[in-house]
Design a protein around this ligand. Structure first.
Ligand code: PEP
Ligand code: MG
Length: 576
């Protein structure tokens, strides 16, 4: 018996024999071609064959997993049919005499390089990793056709197995026989990749970045894959197998318990009602929402603008906003206007290079400097408002003047639209509190705004003067620092004095360490990624808000350091 460790990309535990999928040999000779025309024909044959494969995979997946998952393969087909992509490969064949394999390799690597440049934000990094693995998947398929090499076909598995591979692509998962495949182990991959999303949809335990798995695991070795801890046990003892059968039972009981929270309201142990809403950034996040979220607490609209070569038109934006409002069927949707600058860039909106972009042109500052673009977005949102309950919040607000300016632009657009006879609904307007300046005059903002959401991801970095993306100062990025806790409490008190609810939408909202303090201060709404909702609702159901308030008071009065705060929280958590 020995153990390997990786990261869990899909929860669950399974026990079965290993089935290794070998890497097909896709190496090629980098030769110069003379007959460029026939090389281009060869390329087109391989592209067409790949598109046929992908259409077939897409049909399978739509049938087995649903429309939504099929979209991944639709986007692969679109990438392979993209004239810019094809002509870049053709150009390398024509200009440099490269063989089709090499030209494909260079072009896909250039695309990946382009994705990766200028990206530092954790969220963006996750999206980029996802797209990178899609491009690699596509390249593999086209290369296999160029070289006449067969790719592994997981539909042929005919006994219970755990797949072990260097990397697992979305098309591998699309083809696998769900009746027999019990789990997946790979040496590479990311939790946010399409493969991981698909494994979670299929409820297949999956562990990624398991170093040495391919070398150390042999075909037919017995394996335990613990997708809860990220552990793989190779050739387990009988005792371990018995123990894990018990854990599997316990896991299923836990799942059933969690499912009970799906349609429930969010309530503390002493029956205080709170709301848990979802953070989303695009249509895919929207479709992944189950009925657990009590609304969308943060729609990061910039993700509609990113990764495309033009700023989306009013019509394009309206369609996406309306879709979200429809999808939520009367539940509230909070849209944040474009939040670019710093780490997030958009084609068509040129921002000046800056020494210190986190303190430069970003969020509302960009919108106020790009009047036409801002008005277009507001009009699209105002149009969507006639379909449901929406709020608009402005990001990175520092002064009351900025908020008033943004509101007056909104008022002008709304008045024009009404004059033009367009349908408009009621919209609540508000701000994200992400800067210490806004937090410290929360009492003033509380008189003016309808809604507020605290963006702790940014607020913490500005309070602690510690760049959220700089690993060198990560130890100073302290969500539980007494300075952060005091400031949050000040904000909540200020809004509650005006009888207004306070939402929190940074990562802190789903942190089990922070939640007791947030409940203690009286936060009304927690907004987070869909995956965290049920677990958070379950966790909150164990918390007594009056006891949480006592812990908060103790922290505010007596904690000097993060360690003090953690000690008090551990004491509290031990008792629930
Ligand atoms: C935040 O700053 O907490 C927030 C939710 O915004 P983002 O993470 O998109 O900057
Ligand atoms: Mg932010």
């Amino acid at each position: 018996m020995h153990k390997l460790e990786g990261i869990s990309a899909s929860e669950g535990i399974s026990i079965a024999k290993a089935y290794k999928i070998g890497e097909p040999d896709l190496s090629f000779k980098d030769v110069i071609v003379n007959d460029k025309e026939s090389e281009i024909n060869r390329l087109h044959d391989a592209l067409n064959a790949s598109i046929d494969d992908l259409n077939q995979i897409k049909d399978n997946i739509v049938e087995n997993l649903g429309e939504n998952e099929g979209m991944v393969f639709q986007s692969h087909v679109e990438m392979l049919s993209d004239p810019e992509f094809i002509s870049s490969i053709e150009q390398l064949i024509l200009d440099k005499g490269m063989c089709a394999e090499k030209a494909l390799d260079v072009t896909t690597n250039n695309f990946i390089h382009l994705f990766k440049s200028n990206v530092t934000n954790v969220w963006m990094k996750a999206q980029i990793r996802e797209r990178t693995s899609d491009v690699i998947d596509i390249k593999r398929r086209v290369l296999s056709h160029l070289l006449g090499v067969k790719l592994p076909d997981l539909s042929l598995v005919d006994r219970p197995v755990i797949i072990v591979a260097k990397d697992i692509t979305p098309s591998d998962i699309a083809q696998l026989n769900g009746k027999y495949v019990k789990g997946i182990v790979a040496e590479f991959g990311a939790q946010t990749s399409h493969s991981s999303i698909m494994a979670r949809t299929l409820k297949l335990p999956m562990i990624l970045r398991a170093k040495g798995a391919v070398k150390e695991i042999r075909n037919d070795d017995e394996l335990i894959v613990d997708g809860l801890s990220g552990t793989i046990i190779v050739k387990p003892t009988r005792l371990q197998i018995m123990e894990y059968h018990e854990r599997i039972k316990a896991f299923h009981i836990e799942l059933k318990k969690l499912a009970q929270f799906q349609k429930q309201l969010t309530t503390t142990a002493d029956q205080r009602h709170l709301r848990i809403e979802a953070n989303i950034g695009n249509d895919r996040d929207l479709k992944a929402l189950d009925s657990s979220a009590e609304g969308i607490g943060l729609y990061r609209t910039e993700f509609l603008f990113m990764g495309r070569d033009h700023v989306p038109s009013e019509e394009e934006q309206f369609e996406s906003y309306r879709k979200a409002v429809f999808y939520m069927r009367g539940k509230p949707v909070v849209f944040r206007t474009l939040d670019i600058g710093n780490d997030k860039q958009v084609h068509g909106i040129n921002l000046p290079p800056e020494e210190n972009p986190a303190l430069g042109e970003r969020g509302i500052r960009v919108s106020l400097d790009h009047d036409k673009m801002f008005r277009t977005q507001l009009r699209a949102l105002i149009r969507a408002s006639s379909y449901g309950d929406i709020s608009i919040i402005f990001p990175m607000i520092t002064t009351i003047d900025e908020y008033r300016k943004a509101c007056s632009i909104y008022d002008e657009e709304r008045a024009t639209m009404i004059k033009d006879g367009q349908n408009v609904g009621n919209v609540s307007l508000g701000i994200m509190i992400e800067t210490p300046a806004a937090a410290l005059i929360a009492d003033q903002f509380a008189r003016e705004v309808d809604v507020v959401s605290v963006g702790t991801n940014d607020l913490i970095q500005y309070v602690m003067a510690s760049d959220r993306m700089d690993g060198n100062v990560a130890d100073l990025y302290q969500p539980l620092n007494p300075a952060v806790i005091r400031l949050l409490k000040f904000v909540v008190d200020a809004f509650h004095t005006e009888g207004k609810d306070v939402a929190i939408c940074g990562e802190m909202a789903a942190s089990h360490m922070a939640i007791p303090l947030l409940i203690g201060m009286g936060i009304d709404e927690f907004s987070m990624s869909n995956e965290s909702i049920l677990k958070t609702r379950q966790f909150i159901s164990h918390i007594d808000s009056k006891y949480a308030k006592k812990v908060l008071d103790d922290v505010i009065d007596n904690a000097a350091t993060v360690s003090d705060v953690i000690a008090k929280l551990n004491h509290f958590l031990d008792k629930i």
